[in-house]
Design a protein around this ligand. Structure first.
Ligand code: DMJ
Length: 641
């Protein structure tokens, strides 16, 4: 700021005010006290003016909420031309001023009239008896319920249904394989029938206590998670009576207007995924309607400063929050990064782009963030848009995020190149930093924690063998052979983790430490809870290679489950796979019916059942058809089913 020229006050030129070092004492001495006072007064008036003007300048810094270069996705898009967000700041003059006064007067009159009307109504009400008032309230309630029901029944717009190929059949020619497939179907019957008898409508089953079971991921209400999760498995196995039974329960009982806090991720992959798959397979509208009703209930979870959803949401109030254990209040990569497939299908089926926009927003945000060593950390704070702890894993907390990048590309009929690029980049970084070979020659995927590689692999990470195989075709620099081989190596390692136990079932997590290879060390990591990932990898590798070892390994796993997990009331997880006498955890997980038994059944079916160039399986093994969107838009389509 330059000092303004001082004007003479009484015809006398005032020497410049010197506020410099006291090297010119004579100058200051010449300035009288009153003159000094006037000068100071003018100066302070000027400073006040500049200061005031500063406040009236547009404040661009207010709009920038983060320093991550995310402006385009994070800046609230307010249409300035409408300008009514803060009406107080606009000054109105001329003819507009008159119109404005009239408008104000009209509003005042309306408020006055409304008040009087309300007063009259209240007086009238008071004249009525309690019974009359109660009856009126009841009529009002009924009206609201009726309105909600009509809204629920509102038909969704017709869309072209993709070519649904291979939803039945899959009979293998080989007699031995056919018998094995029949055995898997019998296991499914056993799991379903017992749930039907002892746990019907509950989320899961306690097969030993013979009663219902649930965990906090499903909230506090009975949402029949096993029914929804099992539907498509029942369908492809030809268990149509059971399928219809499940459908009936859903029609009559599945209600999402409940005061219950659920996991957005789990409800998405199991319920929305399960309902969508059941809809595509059977064509029954009810499944589509229920999927959309539920999706609407999940949307408030996205109301965060960044658009990264909360981990949990209350289905009734829409209030969201994160898990208490997650680093620095973060959301989890594998949770907010595993919505894409289902949400794209929801937009496709409803013609409402809202779902598509939510997941694309997440993708854009992730794309713009710095990644340490090219790796995605598992934790992201939805308030600040900053990473939490630098922990990267292809197992729990990270796993299905990578899976969904690849599957977004496959599901788009290989047109979503952005997703493929993100997948390729991520996989390259993972291979460079996390994938190692043990002394004994087993390839494993470790976990990256604050600059250090933990030589530990979770059962969950075993799904990656199948993912590498599935992504081989279309990989960069034609490395298809390499990725198929990598998938096979992971399958071998995971098979070893099963083979080195007493029960021939894999532990939750296993180490590679000196002489220890593919074995759990801590007691807390020795359990098997009917998880599917290893069998899932066998199935993908079987489809791509037809190497008989995968059917053989799958059969070993099926027999081990039958021997150690089957009880008269269903199937249960076991607490220690290294102990030859199994101790049961008494939980029949819903994913056992959705995934483990489905992948086993597919492993012993021919490839024409749910062929992989027409179907993409969500992370809960629910098959969704490939969408040929090249010539369509997501905002509705006139064609009819
Ligand atoms: C399933 O719910 C899904 O596969 C999910 O992606 C991770 N884990 C369980 C089964 O282990």
């Amino acid at each position: 700021m330059t000092t303004p020229a001082l004007l003479p006050l009484s015809g006398r030129r005032i020497p410049p005010l010197n506020l410099g070092p006291p090297s010119f004492p004579h100058h200051r001495a010449t300035l009288r006290l009153s003159e000094k006072f006037i000068l100071l007064l003018i100066l302070s008036a000027f400073i006040t003016l500049c200061f005031g003007a500063f406040f009236f300048l547009p404040d661009s810094s207010k709009h920038k909420r983060f320093d991550l270069g995310l402006e385009d996705v994070l800046i609230p898009h307010v249409d300035a031309s409408k300008g009514a967000k803060n009406p107080g700041v606009f000054l109105i003059h001329g003819p507009d001023e008159h119109r404005h006064r009239e408008e104000e007067e009209r509003l005042r009159n309306k408020i006055r009239a409304d008040h009087e009307k309300a007063l009259e109504e209240a007086k009238e009400k008071l004249k009525k008896s309690r019974e009359e008032i109660r009856a009126e309230i009841q009529t009002e309630k009924n009206k609201v319920v009726q309105e909600m029901k009509t809204k629920e029944k509102k038909p969704l717009p017709p869309v072209p249904i993709p070519n649904l190929i291979g939803i039945n059949g899959g009979d293998p020619e080989d007699n031995d394989i056919r018998k094995k497939r029949e055995k898997i179907k019998e296991m499914m019957k056993h799991a379903w029938d017992n749930y039907r008898i002892y746990g019907w409508g509950h989320n899961e089953l306690r097969p030993i206590a013979r009663k219902g079971h649930s965990t906090n991921i499903f909230g506090s209400s009975q949402m029949g998670a096993t029914i929804v999760d099992a539907l498509d498995t029942l369908y492809i196995m030809g268990l149509h009576d059971e399928f219809r039974d499940g459908q009936k329960w859903i029609e009559d009982n599945l209600d999402f207007s409940v005061n219950s806090e659920v996991s957005v991720f789990e409800v998405n992959i199991r319920f929305i995924g399960g309902l969508l798959a059941a809809y595509y397979l059977s064509g029954e509208e009810i499944f589509k309607v229920k999927a959309v009703q539920l999706a609407e209930k999940l949307l408030p979870a996205f109301n965060t400063p960044t658009g990264i959803p909360w981990a949990m949401v209350n289905l009734k109030s829409g209030v969201g929050r994160n898990w208490g254990w997650a680093s620095a209040g973060s959301s989890i990569l594998a949770e907010f990064g595993t919505l894409h497939m289902e949400f794209v299908h929801l937009s496709y089926l409803t013609g409402d782009p809202v779902y598509y926009k939510k997941v694309m927003h997440i993708r854009k945000l992730l794309q713009k963030m710095d990644r340490p060593n090219g790796l995605y950390p598992n934790y992201l704070n939805p308030r600040t848009g900053r990473w939490g702890q630098y922990h990267t894993s292809v197992g729990g907390l990270g796993d299905s995020f990578y899976e969904y990048l690849l599957k977004a590309w496959l599901m788009s009929d290989k047109t979503d190149h952005e997703a493929r690029k993100m997948y390729d980049d991520a996989i390259e970084a993972i291979e460079k930093h996390l994938i190692k070979k043990s002394r004994g020659g087993l390839t494993f995927i470790g976990e990256w924690k604050n600059g250090h590689l933990e030589k530990k692999m979770g059962h969950l990470a075993c799904f990656a063998g199948g993912m590498f195989a599935l992504g081989a075709d279309g990989s960069r620099m034609d490395k298809a052979g390499h990725y198929l081989e990598l998938g096979a190596e992971i399958a071998r390692t995971c098979h070893e983790s099963y083979d080195r136990t007493a029960l021939k079932l894999g532990p939750e997590s296993f180490k590679f430490d000196g002489a220890v290879e593919a074995v759990a060390v801590r007691q807390a990591e020795k359990y098997y809870i009917l998880r599917p990932e290893v069998i899932e990898t066998y199935w993908y590798l079987w489809r791509f290679t037809h190497d008989p070892r995968y059917r053989q390994w799958g059969w070993e796993a099926a027999l081990a489950i039958e021997k150690s997990c089957r009880v008269s009331g269903g199937f249960s997880g076991v607490k220690d796979v290294y102990s030859s006498t199994p101790t049961h955890d008494d939980v029949q997980q819903s994913f056992f019916l959705a995934e483990t038994l489905k992948y086993l059944y597919l492993l012993f079916s021919s490839d024409d059942l749910l062929p992989l160039d027409h179907w993409v399986f969500n992370t809960e093994a629910h098959p969704l058809p490939v969408l040929h969107l090249a010539n369509t838009t997501l905002s509705g389509n006139p064609a009819v089913r």
